[in-house]
Structures are given as C-alpha cells and as structure tokens.
Design a protein. Sequence first.
Lengths: 1040, 482
Amino acid sequence: MIRKLLFALALLYAAGWGSLASEQTVEAGPDALDYNRDIRQILSNNCYACHGPDKAKLEAGLRLDHQETALAELESGGRAIVPGDSSQSQLIVRITSSDEDEVMPPKAAGKSLKPEEIEKLRRWIDQGAKWKGHWSYLKVERPALPAVSNPGWPKTPIDHFILHRLDQEGLRPSPEADRAELIRRLNFDLTGLPPAIAEVDAFVADQSPTAYEKLVDRLLSSPRYGERMAQKWLDLARYADTNGYHIDNHRDMWRYREWVINAFNRNLPFDQFTTEQIAGDLLPGSTLDQKIASGFHRNVMVNFEGGADPAEYLTKYIVDRVTTTATVWLGTTLACTECHDHKYDPFTQREFYQLYAYFNNVPEQGLDGQKENPVPSIRVPSPEQTAQLEDLRRKLTGVEDRVNSELAKVTVEPPAIPPTLSTEPREYVWVDDVIPEGTTESGPDKTDSWHWVESPRPVLNGKRASERTATGLGQSVFTGARLPLVIGDGDKLFAHVYLDPNNLPDQIMVQFNDGTWEHRAYWGASKIDWGMDNTASRLSLGPLPEAGRWVRLEVDAARVGLSPGTVVGGWACTQFGGHVFWDKLGIMTRTPQASSLYDRQETWELAERSRSKSPVPEAVQAAVKIEPAKRGDEQRRAARDYFVRYIYNKTRAVFDPLNREANKIAKAEADLEKTFSATMVMQELPQPRDTFVLVRGDFRSKGDKVAPGVPASLSPLPAGAPANRLGLAQWLVDPNNPLVSRVTVNRYWQQYFGTGLVKTSEDFGSQGEWPSHPELLDWLACEFVASGWNIKGLQKQIVMSATYRQSSHVTPESLKHDPYNRLMARGPRFRLDAEMIRDNALSVSGLLDDRLGGPSVSPYQPAGLWEEVGFGPSFTAQSYVQSHGVDLYRRGIYTYWKRALPYPPLVTFDAPNREVCTDARARTNTPLQALVLLNDPSYVEAARVLGQRILKEGGATTPERLAFAFRLCTARAPQPKELEILTWIFDTQSAKYKQNPAAATKLIGAGESPRPAEMDVSELAAWTALGNVLLNLDETITKG
Amino acid sequence: MDFEQQLSRAITRRTLLGQSCRGLGSIALASLLNSGLEAATNVPGLGTHGALAELHFAPKAKRVIYMFMSGAPSHIDLFDNKPKLKELTGQELPASVRGDQRITGMTSGQAKLLMVGPAYDFKRYGNCGAEITEMMPHIGSIADDIAIVRSMHTDPINHDPAVTYLLTGNQQPGRPTIGSWMAYGLGSVNKNLPEYVVLLSGGGGQPLLARYWGNGFLPSKYQGVQFRSTGDPVLYVSNPEGIDPTTRRELLDGVQQLNRLQLEAVGDPEISTRIDAYEMAYRMQTSVPELMDISQEPKAVLDMYGAQPGKASFANNCLLARRLAERDVRFVQLYHRDWDHHGNLPNELKRQCGLCDQPAAALVKDLKQRGLIDETLVIWGGEFGRTAYSQGAISKNSFGRDHHPRCFSIWMAGGGIKPGITLGKTDDFGYNLVEDGVHAHDFQATVLHLLGVDHKRLTFRFQGRDFRLTDISGNVVQKLLV
C-alpha cells in the first residue's frame, strides 16, 4: 500500500514539467475481505477479458463474474473456486503457477497479478468466497448512522460517517477553519466568486449561532450560484459554440446554457432537470423552455465534411448520446458495447442498441450545420425581442382595422354581361418603375441595386428606367416576388433595353429564377460564364441589339427551360461592361397573372379558377371555386374582400397604401424573427426509425432489429413508461434506479472535496473504485431522493457539515497518512477551476460584468490563432472577432467555446475542449499557467484596474492599501512578514516607475477599460505591478 | 536504502525543506526523486521522467520529428510510381480492382472512374535507386538515408477522422495523440522547454483542430504546445509592455517569497510544485525566444532549408525542429497544409513540392551532419493516399484525385530506421496493397518501439478501461528496423 502511494507521488514529482494533482487508492484494513471492496476489481482487471461478461471472448467456459459458473465444475474437471479451500481452487493454482503455459493471466494478455492481490484472492477463498452482486447495482438502502468516538463533533449526519472512519484509522479531524477562510471557501464553492471585504467583515463579526447557515442560504440564493453550478454541468453536456468536426464552424446554442443556469437558480429538482433535458420536447404541452432544455443531446458534435457519409455520422451522433447518458446519469462506461458485449460489466451490445433506439428518432441529418444550426433548431426571442414583436403585431392590427373599415365602405358593381377571359396573348408588365412587391434585392448594392433614374435619361415607359454602368460583370437582381409570373404555353418573356452607343457592353443577359437561376438568354459576346452554352442555362439569341434607341428583347419561355405552370419569382438584368438602361419587363401570355387588375370580381374569379398555381390564400381559392350562389357568408366575404383589397381596379388608391403598410410591418416582423437566436432542440419523428444492432459497431452492417429498452441488470422500466425518450427519462429518475442518485451525489461531493467518495466518478462498474465511505454515499443518495431531488438542499447538506468546515492546513503527519485527503481529516484545498481563476481576477479588480445569461463573448486573444487552423472566411468562426466594452469582462462560463481551438487561458487551466462529455477535469500545475497569469492582457488589465481600485478604495497609506489589496485577493489580512514583502515590492516598483514614466505609461495602457485621468501614472503602474504579483499568488488561485 | 525508504525519506524531507529552505529544496527533491526512480528500475539508463518507470526496450531514438502533411499527398504522384497507370490514363478503373470498398461522396456520384497516371516522371535516386518523383529532387538526394513505406493503410476516408485515427489510434475525438502519449509516458529531459511542441506552416488547406495535438483523456499538461513564428513564440511568454526582464524577476521574487510563506503556513506540496512551475516559466521567457530566433543561424544553414526568419513557413519550421531536437524536446510535430488535391493536382502538387521538398531534406541532412540523426526519428507523411482515378475531368494539365485510405506512402528516417529501403508493394494501379501492409496501428506501434516502449504496455486507465495508443491491435514493423 505505502509503496503504491509513494510511487504515485514519485511520478508526480518526477514529471518535472509541472505536477498532476491526482491521487491513489486508500484502502481499509479490516481482516474480513469483502467481495465488492476487495476482490471484484482484481478479477475484473485481470480475468474478465476472457472470463467475464463478453460471451464472444469466453475461454474454457469459465465466467468469474457469476457465482454459479465460477463455482461450477470446469471442463477440465476441477473447480476454479472451492469455497473455504484455496489449495483446491484451480484459480489459485493457475495464478501461482510457474509454468509459462499454465500461468494466469497468460503472458500475452500483458496483465500480471501483484503478490498482494494473489494473497487477497487466497484469503477470500479461504474465508468462504462469499459473493455479492456488484454494489452499485444493488438498490440504495438507507444506512444507520454509525457510532463515533466524539459525539460532540458531528454537526450533520455526514460527519458521523466521516468520523467513524477516522476513528477506525486512528485519526482525528482538523479544527474548524477560521471565518475568513470559511467564507472564501464557501463563496467559491457556491458562487465561483470571492467574497467582498465587507462580506468577510460581516461574517467574522456575526456572533449568532446561525451566522454560518445564513451565509450558506444567502449564497445559495445568489444568481451567481446558477452560473457556478452550470459550469460543471456544461462539461458533462459537452456544451460548445461550434460544431466540432473538421471546419468547426459556429452554432447557436447559448439558450441552452442560459436554461441550465436558470434551472440551477430556480432549484429545479434533479428529476425534472433530468427529464427536461432528456425529453423536454415530449412532455405534454411542453413549454418553450422545456424544448430548449432538450438541447442537452443536441450538443453533440456535428459534421459536414465534403464526401463524408451521412449515415456514418448520424450513427456517431446517436452513439454519443448513449455513451453520454450512461456517463452522466449511470456513471457507466458503455462505449465498448457499441462494438461488443462489455468486458467488465453486465451490459450487452444488444442493450447498447436498445438505448440507441431511444435516440434514433430525431429528424436530424447526418451532414448538417454548414450555414445554420443543424436541424431541428428553433428560434427563441429575448424579452426585448418579444416586446418588439408584440409592438409590430399591434401596429399590424391597427392597419388591418383600417382595411376592414375601408372594406365596409366599398360597393362592387354587379356585372351587366357575363364575364369572359381573353384567349389572345396579352402583354402583362411585371416590372416598371419599381420591382415587384415582396422581393429581396441581392448583390453588393442591396438597397438600390436597380438604380432607377428619370428623364432626361432614356425612359421608355412610366417615370423611370434602370441604369447601370459596369466594368466587367454588373447586374440588377431581385428574387422572391410575392406574386410571381405564371408561365403558360407559348409565352414570351420580354424586356426593353437601351444601349449607350458611346459605351457599349460586350454582352447583355436576362436571367429568370424559378428557384434556380438556370434560365438565361444573352446577346453579344460570351463573356459571362454561368451555365452551359447552347442550353437553357445559357442561350445565345444573337448579336447585341442596336444602340442609341429602345429595343424590345423577347425570349421564348420554353427555350430557356421554363415550362407551362412554372412560377418565376426573380429576374436579373445582367451586362458585361458598358452603359445600359432597362425598362418595362414582363410577359406575353394567355395565362392570367396573379397581380392583374380587374374591374369585375367575376372576371378575376374566372381567371383565378383557371390557374393551376396561385399565390392567393387557400381560403380565398377555395371560396372562389364554389359557385357564388352556393357560398356561405364566410366564403362570400373572403372572395369579395380579397378582390376589393388587392384586385379591384377602382379601389387601388385606397388599399394599395394600406397594403404596402401592412406588408412593411409583416416584413419587419419576418426580419425580426430572423434575429431571434436559434437553438438546437430534440424532436421526434412521427414514424420512428428502425434500429438494428450494428455488427462490430460498423454502420454498414446491420444485425438484429431491436426496440427501445434498458439494461436488464439494472432496475426495470417503471410501469407505463412510454417507449420513447420520456420513458427513458422516467426510468433514470425512478427511485428504484440504483445508479442515478449515487452517481449524482458523488459528483457533487467531488465538486467540494476534489475527489468523489467513489474516486472514479465516471465509472461505478467493476473497474471502478470501491467507495471510500460506502455508507455515506448511500445515505446521501437516499436523502437526495427523499428530499424530492432537491439540488440546493444537497449542497447545503454538504457544506453545513463539520467535515467541510475543517481547516485545510496540511501537517506532515496528515500528509503522510492521507496525502490525497480521501479520509477527510482536513478541509479541501485545491486550485480553482479555469473559469473561477478568470472570474476571481475580474471580481477583485471590480471589472466583472454581472449580467446573467446571454450569448457567448470573446475576450482578448492573441491574433491569428483561429486563422492559422481555419478554413477561411466563407465559414463562420474561422477568424476571431474580439468583443469590446462590458463583454470583455464577463464570467468565464460565457466565453466563446470553439472546439477546434478553445480559449487558451481557460484550456491552460484544464478546461476541456468539450468535444465529448467530461466528468472530472484534471487539475495540473504547469509553467504555461504561470505565463497566462503573468502576461495575458486580461490579467494585466485586471492588475491595472485592481491598482485603480486600491488607490480609490484602499485607504490613505501604503500599508493600508497593501492590506486592502491582499484582503481582496485572499480574504485575510496579511501577516507581518507578508506585509514586509508586499511593501518591498511596492517600494521597489514605485521608485522604478517614478524614474521611468514611459514604462509606467505602457504598463497602465493594458486593456480597453477606461483609466481615470487624475491618477498618477507612476503610482498606478507600481500598484499594477503589485496587482500582478497578487493575482499570481498560489493562495489567490486556490480554494483553501 | 531501498527505493521505498528513499522515497519515504524524500517526502518527509520535502516537507521539511519546504519549511526550512522555502521551497528551494523542491528542485533538489525533484532530482532526488528522479534518481530514486532510475535507481529502482534495475536497468541502468532506461528510467524515464514520465509515467513509465522504465523503458521496455533499449530505445533506438530519443525523440521524434513528425512532419505531418495535412490533406493527404498523392502517393501515386510522389513515391509509388505506376507506369501502367500512365498507359491506362482515360480508361475506366476495372471493377475487379475497385472491389466493393467505399469511396467518398465526392466521387461516388461520378458516372465513370477514369484512371490517370502520375502527373510527373519518376527518377531513381541514390545508391539504393529509390523511385521518387522528379518534383522532389532534394528528397531524392537523401534517398540513401530514408525508408520509403509504400504500404501504409488506414481505415477512415475523410480528413478529420483520418488525422484523428493516425495520431490517436481512434477515429472519434477524445483520445491522446501520439505526442501526448510520449510526454505522459516518457516525460521531459529538458528543464526549459515543454516535451511536446507543435509548429504550423500557416496558410490555407484543410482545417486543423487543436485535437490533432490534444491530450484527450490525459491531463492537459500533456498536450502539444504551439510554438509560433509570429506574435508570441509561445502564448503569453512575453512580458507585458512596461515590464522589463528585471522588473519581471523582481515581481516573480515577490510571488515566490509569498508562496513560500504560504507553503510554510499550509504545508500543501502543490505550492512547492507551483514555485517550480514559475521558475520554469521564467526560464522559458528566455529559452523560447532564443530558440525561435533563427536569424542567428549562418546564412548557409538558412539557405539549405530555404528559411526566411520572421514568417511562418514549413522551411522555418524544419529548421526550428532541428533546434528543438538539439535541445532534447521529445516530440516535435510540424503541420503543413494544402495537400488535398481534388482538382488541379499537377499544379498544386508541384507547388507543394516546392514548399516541402528542400526543407524536409535539409532537416535530415542537418541532423545527420550534427550527429543527431541516429537518435532522432524523422517522419514525413499525410493521413491517407489518393485515388488512381480522377475526380472530375482529365485534361492535359489538370485532373484531381479523391481520398484513398487503402494504401499510401510515407517516409521515415533516423533513429532505428533502416536507411535506403523501400518497403511494401501496391498493385499496378496504386489502389490495393500487395505486400507488407503497414496499418496505422502498426505504424504507431513501431514509433513507440523505436523509443523503447511496448505499445501494449503504455496504458492509461480511463472510464474503467486501460486505453493505449494502438487500441487493440498494432504490430511492430520489423522490416523497417535496423
């Protein structure tokens, strides 16, 4: 045991390039061996590969994970295990054999048993080889509180379990930490931020017995609590702002992050927290909020690499959902069962695909996300946007009211003679003076791409013509007409053109858009290379027309690939060089056009009925199809009102302005909706996809078809659970589920103490570690469920304990006995998380922006980092655009998370890249971290602003100011020796910067935040230097 | 005194030293622990500074320089001459050759898969007579020093998973890269520089992801550290404006003194480690800029590489790789992009050869003349090969090739690699392997072997499983070894 420990320590120190704060097993030493605690992991690690749950790899028919098979007679005749008699047990014979062909594990397996492991197995068999089901799969039972040596010490039930174990080990708990230490520890643990000096003072001065509890309650109700808790959860949720694979472009997902923060702040019980994230979209009458929550499993990376197979990636997304669900809720590694039965734990490959089936019904695509969020994605307005939207809708209602009152005033003349439709083609002018309603202009000059001009420039019809001078390619374009042209048999499209004889183009072209632009005709040279020559996509109609006069150009619709019934909503007039005017664009047609005006409703209805496609609202179309006499009131009004409002040529003066106003508002509404931030959500296909076992995990080889289901070795699905994600969620939060509550309380314990009661917080299986305090784990799990999965309640339970409140000071004895503090004879002490280090610097300097939620921001980052790895400007998130103003000072949780190159100052402090679910971050201690804190502009600016704060708030004398600054960073007053060093630093720097104001000016130029002009440059520089020292102290970046 | 006693005493001493000598002792302690480790291995000289207590074999190489050619250079046009393919240019790839394996979505819709021969002629170089494209005369000039592997093969067919696979052993993100494994297993022998350094050539081409030099599930200190030719050579290594080196030292002294007081008061050994880390950071502030300043290299050396101080380029990075090797950095990875020639291959390939040929050859020559080649493993290659058939139309000066994982070529040199050989054979179409296939996992196993590591025994327990670089396979390629 001690050797193992020492060896681990040796590795830590020998690494040279920093150390890794991790730890090794602490093992209890009672005589009776426990299968779960002492034996299972030895067998699992060394034997299960061939004698475990994976039936495909089973050797000699021997399974050591099952009691019956392990005790049964072997093919060879002997028994692997004879309870009570290790000498007759083949297992012992084989593992102690000196014959290379006999010895187990075989040499080729690369495993070997340590002498102490062999000894344990021998003793366990001699003690009767008592089997137990794997502890974490057994139902959680509430243990009784154990007896303790000092009943006065425990403050909560937790402490009984801790002290009981310390008693066994002959250890004593540490004294309570002092008040300043405690409030700082609590602040970081519950809010991720340091306490203010006044808060420290108030807590130190509060003599009431409930002082500590009041503090806990205050911090738990701070909105900062949600941010702190969310930071951990986002690692599990693999939250990021980019798609992750290959080009790694942008996605909008911050609404999900905001949901997590809010969920913690409103103390959403963990069962609902779970259900909404697994299946929020499937809850009856699910709210927008619950849909956003379902984005948990849309945080998977998404690919669109050219040439990749969509089916392959679709599979990967779903596999990630299964393995992440298993890690987060079950503390179980299922990744191996994608390809084969589990080697160590009782999970089959088939069961993996049963879980897979739950996630296989999302209407998503294998390759997606190139332009916008991968589908399905919804748009969610902010409160301000909701207000704007409501305002627009009110305005629209106002216009509609006016329309209705005008409609009531109009009388339509009854027809004198029966209406007829002309059978001759007639000229229908579509574009004259203005482009059609509802269109979007595109191209570089978006707002006025048609350059309308009036006489004395050449104008053919109406008041205006479109003019353009181009060198090279130039064009006027629109798309998306609300009332498009409808092409009929034999139709000709026409345009009128005037070429400037003094500046002739090389080529002119007209292009028509029916969804694509592959319909082009041109005159003159062939300079514009769109389409293929001599096809509808690029049809030559001869030389340039005569210049210096208006010429009518005509194009047979059929020759440019526009067949009858086609709807043309866009048009482009294109030229290569020269000076060109265009006017009066339209169509010669027998087909009634949607925007034709009529003087009789019956004639319009006749035209409308003859149309195969119509832009008229469906209700109006339906009404028009009914004979007038047979229409109901509603239908009669629909047809008549539409006619009067849009078609009747005698009411244009009244309704056209109103219609324009209504359209403008509608467009503003559509534009506003486009600015709503999108967020990816889960949805369910109406028809579930079939799910098959994928042989060896290969998406191309389908095996048996499977239905949704949960692993047989765990609790069954609750009665009535539907066969979809909602059912899965109900199973997870069913109190009978043995893993979810244990895994969850363990993870929270880990958050406070650095290591969980189960050290392998991501693995509660055979290969995982036996809990340091199994009864405490189960007691916490029971309490958690019984409390209604109260997350804040659980946090309070932990921090109220005497265990948590101990001093974290390390003595040589305690270091020797328990170097990694697994027994908790002292309080936790370890480096802050990456985000907290940033937040702390922003907080103590006063720079921190405390807005809750919102989109991601981009702090200072060295130039070129993204560009060096990016794919160029045609994709999002390929070049870094730094934020300004308050967005520079947001908490780390809001930092833009680009998976291909996450923000280096956070990564350097062990923030994960969020490609996959991360349970526990490593906690390293490296020179690169020193460089960040010493030199990153964010920290230099924080030091400078801290300097400003010292000058403003820190008192009048240098010692006062030094103490103030030190307290800001550590919550405690400096010791005399420390003050001496601080004074030396300040005096030295002060003298130097007085002599070198140029250097002083440079130093205090750090960052974009404003600098009070009245402050003395050299003095501020000296305080900045001192701030730089303080922000680099071990104590500043450590929770102690 | 046995190992256990020695360590036990060291730990006690550490605490004592921390109190009496204010952390200075921790440096001495680290070396004491190191020597303790080495003493414990019983194999003199095979102890490591990383997680492995000892090397599994006597190492052939101490370090690796891996020139990664992102985008996948065409083996058919560079190292695997196919005269028959030239004759068959314009004809359809026989179905018997193609077999039933997958091809990418970029050419799977093509009506015909028409074969196209090498864009340029091949020449025989060196005494060994290795066949190499005439576009790489400099590589030709080191033909007797390198081993060309024509029989590499891999599983994925797209860039992201293929790079991830070759470097981490798995197509999906989440596992450590080969450099991280080495940093973890072997540790550093350099007190002033990280053990795993990454250099990018800059410029367009297939995107890169930090995952390609990432630590996966290993602690983040094992990830590759990017050294840059523009801006800070290592992020945040430069002092802020207004803080000169003297001031920095003074402020650092302040930090260290206060940290030592804290160590005395609290006793947490992490504080001691932090004190050391700050000292190394300070040393890096000098060692890194000094290392990255190639302007002091003699003109003849700069010319040999084609290096131009002050800008990011593959040539500069090759020269920097040598400087890093001289300073005993364990793993240096160069990323050069833009080998993804789906179209316009003849011109693009020529351009890339122009950028890569001379510097890569210069690196080998330079290492050789400095006596470093025998202890440095040099690797040049991409993530897969390219198809025998053209993507898009074939014209006299233009055609393209799609991704092809079934065979491709790389070359290796130095530390334990048999020089002047060409290993492996592909069919007349450069489409299928014929003999001596080297799978990605075999390649990884071989690299680890050359460094004295058994790929099956460098493992890390994560989520209950002992992971390794080669996943569940990999065989050392004996034929490549001296």
